[in-house]
Ligand binder design. Structure first.
Ligand SMILES: [Zn+2]
Length: 342
């Protein structure tokens, strides 16, 4: 009930904002006679084109004013028109909205809860961790919102990707109910599958958020991608390739490019080279270029192994041993070709 009241509040705020910014209607009368509409079919509602993002230094700009919902629809679902109400003063909106603004929401981070449905709700609403959304595994159509998209939720922790750190500040966190891994007698981690119906929910949710905030594929990530030494969720069973193939969500490499890199590798030579400092430095730098928060050192330390493992969870889930083998190296290079970090 509270939620629905809040949503009503938001839409009222949006409606009042829209009424301050009336869209000018074209008053020029057409000279050609307009044919009478005999059917009840409604004319198609004109779609507002998505605004394009522009990069300048460390900043993202929009060519169109994203604060003006008469010019774009990116913020329509969750408009962030919140104003101060200082006692004795009046907030004037004559110069509102300014062109110089962007979205705070730059990333979507995916997690699994390692808990069942009930415990996931309890922990994420009553303890010191949270997420904006929780995707249950009950086979229904519900997706729970736990935190307003304009507020921070506590899901990422110490984290890094490309030039950003502490990604709670700039991300939307999505927790997915999944029991998490169990270790077998040899210590090998066994990760459970994700349910298909649940993945469809995740896909629809991610697509909606990514579209509204224009989040690029390079910024739709696993918790393990942004905190590889601490986290392994959502793990190697998370269907990144399927989400890419079927919903155009996130990053995936082109098979042909990967194969080209792979064909250049001479196995005997690679086996000798892969443990040398110059090559270790080179692949550490390539991981950093893609986005991982790894400083190249030329030495294989725990952070390097965990970063390779996180990379494999995401892009080579058939084998995740933390070793930069020829296939992993080819995939990494293919991704850096496709998603260059400028
Ligand atoms: Zn997580």
């Amino acid at each position: 009930m509270r939620n629905s009241l809040y949503l009503i509040g938001l839409s009222v705020a949006l409606a009042s904002c829209a009424s301050q910014q009336p869209v000018k209607k074209n008053s020029t009368k057409s000279k050609t006679p307009v044919p009478k509409v005999t059917s009840q079919v409604k004319p198609p509602t004109p779609t507002v084109p998505k605004t394009q993002i522009q990069h300048e230094g460390d900043y993202d700009f929009f060519k169109v004013n994203i604060g003006d919902i008469s010019k774009n629809d990116n913020t329509i679902s969750y408009g962030s028109i919140v104003s101060a109400n200082p006692k004795g003063y009046k907030v004037v909106k004559t110069f509102f909205p300014s062109v110089a603004q962007n979205f705070r929401q730059k990333y979507i981070i995916l997690h699994y809860t390692a808990l069942d449905d009930d415990k996931s709700v309890t922990v994420l609403t009553q303890q010191s961790v949270s997420a904006h959304y929780l995707v249950n595994n009950l086979g229904d159509k519900d997706i729970y919102q736990l935190v307003d998209e304009n507020k921070r939720s506590y899901h990422a922790g110490i984290s890094a990707w490309r030039n950003d750190k502490m990604l709670n500040d700039t991300s939307i966190g999505i927790e997915i109910v999944n029991p998490g891994y169990v270790a077998d007698a040899s210590g090998m981690r066994i990760f459970p599958d994700f349910d298909d119906a649940q993945m469809k929910k995740v896909a629809a949710l991610v697509k909606d958020i990514a579209d509204r905030y224009m989040i690029p594929p390079t910024n739709i990530l696993a918790h393990s991608d942004i905190a590889p030494t601490r986290k392994s969720d959502p793990g190697p069973k998370f269907p990144w390739k399927k989400l890419y193939d079927e919903y155009q969500i996130g990053m995936w490499y082109d098979e042909a490019t990967k194969q080209e890199f792979y064909n250049q590798i001479i196995p005997e030579k690679y086996a000798l080279e892969m443990n040398t400092a110059p090559f270790i430095f080179k692949y550490q730098a390539a991981l950093k270029t893609l986005g991982y928060g790894l400083e190249p050192s030329g030495m294989v330390d725990n952070a390097t192994k965990k970063t390779i493992e996180a990379f494999q969870f995401h892009f080579r889930p058939e084998k995740y041993d933390g070793v930069m083998d020829a296939e992993t190296w080819s995939i990494l290079q293919a991704l850096n070709v496709k998603y260059p970090n400028k």
